[in-house]
Ligand binder design. Structure first.
Ligand SMILES: [Zn+2]
Length: 121
């Protein structure tokens, strides 16, 4: 190695992470402070941990919470569909009941359905 051109090398430089993990590496800087390391980065831990930038995570969590609340009260498409079909069924039942009543009270009035007769060319 050429003299006086290389910075001093520390083979056991101390790296301190914000999570508390301390490890040594080879570096030209004796002490290094990092905010995230392989012990706490979600990529390595597989856990969901978000690195906060100016309260954006808090905002996101707030939104998520809000969504949960609204989704509880809001009716989905499936629920709406079911309700409408139930309403239709009730309507149909009421109609049938009415018809039966009509038939039993006035037997003279017998409803006949018009049948479509296919016209031949
Ligand atoms: Zn860490």
């Amino acid at each position: 190695m050429k003299k006086d051109i290389h910075p001093t090398y520390y083979p056991d430089a101390k790296v301190t992470c914000a999570c508390g993990h301390i490890f040594t590496i080879g570096s030209t800087v004796k002490e290094i402070n990092v905010e995230i390391c392989s012990h706490c980065h979600p990529f390595y831990t597989g856990k969901e941990k978000l690195v906060d930038t100016a309260g954006r995570v808090d905002r996101f969590k707030k939104m998520q919470e809000l969504q949960k609340v609204t989704s509880k009260t809001r009716k989905g498409k499936a629920v709406k569909k079911q309700k409408s079909s139930e309403r239709k069924l009730a309507k149909e039942r009421a109609r049938v009941k009415e018809e039966i009543k009509d038939n039993t009270t006035s037997k003279t009035a017998v409803k006949t359905k018009k049948t479509k007769t296919p016209t031949k060319k």
